[in-house]
Design a protein around this ligand. Structure first.
Ligand code: IVH
Length: 700
């Protein structure tokens, strides 16, 4: 985009402007030069990843521009580098129509699919050999941008393909999206461009680390992180997420009046990528490849799949496009997708390995979870050696046997699952997995309640349960005694220092200091963390107690319902069920917990040890635009992940319910919604929303 000559000129200009800034001799007339220089350095940094000045120098120049613009507001231009920064919060994301509907792509999974598609393409075009342009299929959130008279006029989400949400302010926070670009040089007055917003794997990791520090749950994958980020109402937060945008398709353009001849560039897809690149966009100009004929494309797809993990961002396949636009027009489109392009989807990340053993782990509520021990195997860079096999029914359904070769997959690239066993590889010595009849730790008979899939150890004093309860108590979302860790809990339990929860606050530090691995520093960290946990708000303590069915949300409801925690022993089942989102099952479990005198004694002991058992209602989150409203999601959401949507509800002060009842205000319905929708239709007070309506409601 910048010639060698321009580069030298702009670099010299940068130095001279920096000098003037330092010497306070800056001439206001030079404000345009200052902007050119800043845009140039943004390009070097965000598009080329090859900065020529330090961050400090950039900041110095940027502040100079801010100063001039604040002193002379008439000099502010809409595409000034300062204009990315939005003031205040976004009120809503109005629905806008795309100039051309955003179609999706047909998928292919193997060479035969591609050969078939190529044959059809040759039939439609009448050509023997077609030129294809191939590029990565970016795994992010799709966007469409409109530039008018060289200025970024609008940025929108895909939405339903016809209409999306106007997210211009958030798009401006993406530094690789230029606020202006000289389309006029190509004879273009208005242009609509498509692309994908991404979060790099590195930034995703950093972002999740930050969430962890704030005790917030991590996001599932970079795609969700990117999609969620585009809907944040605080543009500054969007800016902090360091999103990137690849622009890969020109869907519409119109000429400048009196300039009928559009530049040659737009005659091919690769030409349009080049044009976008030259205008300062991050198009897949470097990543794209051009091939004649489908065989070379197939080979490229094979090779690329092997190296996909080397890219700094996630891709889920390759997109193959007929390069010549005249041919694209000739081929046309179906109602769903263009005939001139196809996505080659990479295989889900799978691997085979041997199932060597089944272990049965006892959770804090006594639930028995079978875990398959595997020969360690690497999937997408993560080594997997054990995998939950959920319950007895699951083992039977999949017919899993010890000694089996199993196919495993990292679903959504996160949690590994067993897809199936491969019985054709059995040698005859494989053994059935027998679910134990007794708890493997305390030997109490296991029971399975009616309608449940889970076997349980009912001995609340089972050592495995006690340890797990203490681990849960200290965990990050509960009392957050960080320096404790699972290993220390187990060790102290074995040594007899920890028999039940209050022992955490009575640890014999004189004895611990003699243990290996307990230096002065780690001892004082542990002491400080234990001490600090005494100040945790009541809802955390309630969650930390590990009462069955009482998650973080219910814990907040409970903390709000009494002044003093042990008062729950006087509440009836009816009292409990009158609370938000508490049904008979949850109420029963709470009532049971508080009916045990030893639990009340334990709470009093914790209070004597300095813990807070009193409610501090000011801690309860509130104030979002959904304040107090109740929500339930059903069916498959298209734009959002379920977890993201639920998080949005809670962040806006709404509450989540687990079932359809008259307490429900909103049922948000995705694709293939079933019985919940039917039930909700019979309760006239429930408002039924589509995902889009939900997003609109959230952004009000
Ligand atoms: S072209 C009319 N190119 O994949 C054709 N799409 O499954 C427009 N995508 O909705 C799409 N990388 O969000 C195209 N290099 C690429 C892409 C790409 C990712 C997304 C896009 C599209 C989806 C279809």
């Amino acid at each position: 985009m910048y010639s060698q000559q321009q580069t030298v000129k702009l670099q010299n200009l940068s130095k001279s402007l920096l000098e003037q800034t330092k010497e306070h001799s800056f001439k206001t007339e030079e404000v345009d030069k200052l902007r050119d220089v800043l845009r140039y350095h943004e390009y070097r940094y965000y598009i080329m990843s090859d900065p020529l000045i330090s961050d400090f120098e950039y900041d110095t120049l940027y502040k100079q521009l801010e100063k001039i613009e604040s002193e002379h507001p008439a000099l502010v231009s809409p595409d000034s580098p300062t204009q990315r920064v939005a003031k205040g919060l976004t009120k809503d994301f109005p629905t806008v129509q795309h100039l051309v509907p955003m179609l999706s792509l047909e998928n292919s999974y193997n060479a035969d699919d591609l050969i078939d598609w190529d044959r059809k393409a040759r039939e439609l075009t009448g050509l023997e050999n077609i030129e294809y342009c191939v590029e990565p299929k970016f795994d992010g959130a799709s966007i469409s941008l409109i530039y008018e008279n060289d200025l970024l006029a609008r940025g929108a989400t895909r939405g339903d393909g016809v209409e999306g949400d106007d997210i211009t302010t958030n798009i401006k926070q993406i530094r690789s999206v230029p606020l202006s670009a000289k389309f006029a040089a190509y004879g273009i007055r208005q242009i609509e461009i498509r692309g994908e917003v991404l979060m790099t794997k590195n930034n995703f990791k950093k972002y999740n680390d930050q969430l962890a520090e704030q005790n917030l749950p991590p996001l599932a994958n970079p795609r969700n992180a990117a999609a969620g980020s585009l809907r944040i109402k605080d543009p500054k937060e969007v800016s902090r997420r360091n999103l990137e945008a690849f622009l890969y398709h020109v869907s519409y353009h119109s000429n400048i009046d009196g300039q009928p001849n559009i530049d040659e560039s737009l005659k091919t897809h690769s030409g349009s990528l080049q044009m976008l690149w030259d205008l300062g966009f991050r198009s897949p100009q470097k990543e794209k490849k051009i091939f004649k004929g489908i065989q070379a494309v197939i080979e490229h797809c094979r090779e690329f799949e092997i190296t996909r993990d080397e890219l700094p961002y996630e891709i889920d396949g390759i997109v193959i496009k007929v390069n010549e636009i005249a041919l694209q027009d000739k081929m046309g489109m179906t109602t769903h997708h263009p005939r001139w392009a196809i996505a080659f989807k990479f295989k889900a990340r799978q691997a085979t390995t041997k199932l060597r053993a089944a272990e049965f782990q006892i959770g804090r509520t006594g639930a028995v979870t079978p875990v398959a021990k595997l020969d360690p195997v690497s999937i997408g860079g993560v080594t997997v050696s054990s995998i939950s096999i959920h319950n007895e029914e699951y083992i039977r359904e999949k017919d899993l046997r010890i000694g089996d070769t199993v196919l495993i997959e990292r679903a959504g690239d996160v949690i590994p699952q067993i897809v199936k066993s491969l019985p054709e590889l059995r040698e005859g010595n494989e053994k059935k997995i027998h679910f134990p009849k007794q708890c493997p730790v305390c030997k109490t008979d296991l029971v399975k309640e009616e309608g449940e899939a889970v076997w349980r150890c009912t001995n609340i004093n089972c050592p495995a349960q006690v340890v797990e309860r203490i681990i849960h108590f200290t965990s990050k979302d509960a009392m957050d005694i960080r320096s404790f860790g699972d290993a220390n809990v187990r060790k102290f339990f074995e040594l007899g220092f920890l028999k039940y929860i209050p022992d955490i606050y009575k640890l014999p530090f004189d004895k611990i200091s003699g243990l290996e691995g307990f230096g002065e520093q780690s001892m004082s960290n542990l002491k400080a963390a234990i001490e600090a946990s005494k100040q945790q708000p009541l809802h955390r303590l309630i969650y930390a107690l590990g009462i069955r069915f009482v998650g973080e949300t219910t814990a907040r409801v409970l903390a709000n319902a009494v002044h003093y925690l042990p008062d729950f022993k006087n509440k009836s089942l009816e009292d409990l069920q009158a609370l938000e989102d508490i049904g008979p099952k949850v109420a029963g479990s709470i009532s049971k917990f508080f009916s045990f005198p030893e639990n009340i004694t334990m709470l009093q002991e914790l209070e004597n040890l300095g813990l807070n058992l009193k409610s501090n209602k000011s801690i309860i989150t509130a104030g979002g635009n959904l304040d107090g409203q109740t929500f339930l999601f059903t069916g498959a959401l298209l734009e959002l992940k379920r977890g993201e949507a639920e998080e949005m509800v809670e962040k806006n002060g709404g509450k989540l319910l687990s079932g359809v009842s008259s307490k429900l205000n909103y049922l948000v319905v995705g694709e293939d919604a079933g019985s919940k929708l039917e039930k909700a239709k019979r309760i006239p007070t429930i408002k039924i929303l589509t995902e889009k309506e939900f997003l609109q409601l959230i952004s009000l």
